[in-house]
Design a protein around this ligand. Sequence first.
Ligand code: COA
Length: 167
Amino acid sequence: MISSFSLTTEEIRAAYGEGACQCPSPNEQMSLIFSQSKPFDLVELEQLLVSVGWSHRPVGKVRKALDNSLLKVGLWKHDPTFPRLIGFARCTGDGVLEATVWDVAVNPLYQGFGLGKQLMGYVNQSLRQIGIRRITLFADPGVVNFYLSQGWILEPKGHRCAFWYAN
Ligand SMILES: CC(C)(COP(=O)(O)OP(=O)(O)OC[C@H]1O[C@@H](n2cnc3c(N)ncnc32)[C@H](O)[C@@H]1OP(=O)(O)O)[C@@H](O)C(=O)NCCC(=O)NCCS
């Protein structure tokens, strides 16, 4: 069951930045927060992305990629002194018409409780709030159904196709 452990808006804003909000939690003892403005510890972010099986990326490039991203979302497990990053997603785009979602990850310990779906819902809603209507992403083969079940449309459907230049 998904429930929400309650923190005041002021507490959330003070700890997680302007616009941060609660994410429904699978456990009433655990409070979860979405934030677009709490700075990331790049080592912690790297640990999260490695924990889902992705390879290491140079910290300097990751920092620049974050700086150049349109939207960076952290899903935090609340702790008054030591909040933990348990989910992440970011988007690139022109800020007006189009956006592409990258690096969607939920820590394996917290997978299977609906948090990935909540995270994607939050990302979609945030992009819509800034007026973006067309959102794309590249899904790994093992997670195509994760996106399909949330209403994403799989391409190619005959009239569009993605090409990947390997070299
Ligand atoms: C993909 C990922 C973000 C899903 O997070 P999660 O919190 O486990 O997902 P949820 O619990 O919200 O699952 C929502 C639904 O998708 C389904 N689902 C979850 N992972 C799935 C997968 N890999 N393949 C197919 N369906 C999946 C769930 O069964 C659930 O279905 P339901 O609504 O019918 O119960 C997470 O597994 C992850 O971080 N994976 C590794 C990184 C990755 O592959 N990211 C995507 C890059 S394209």
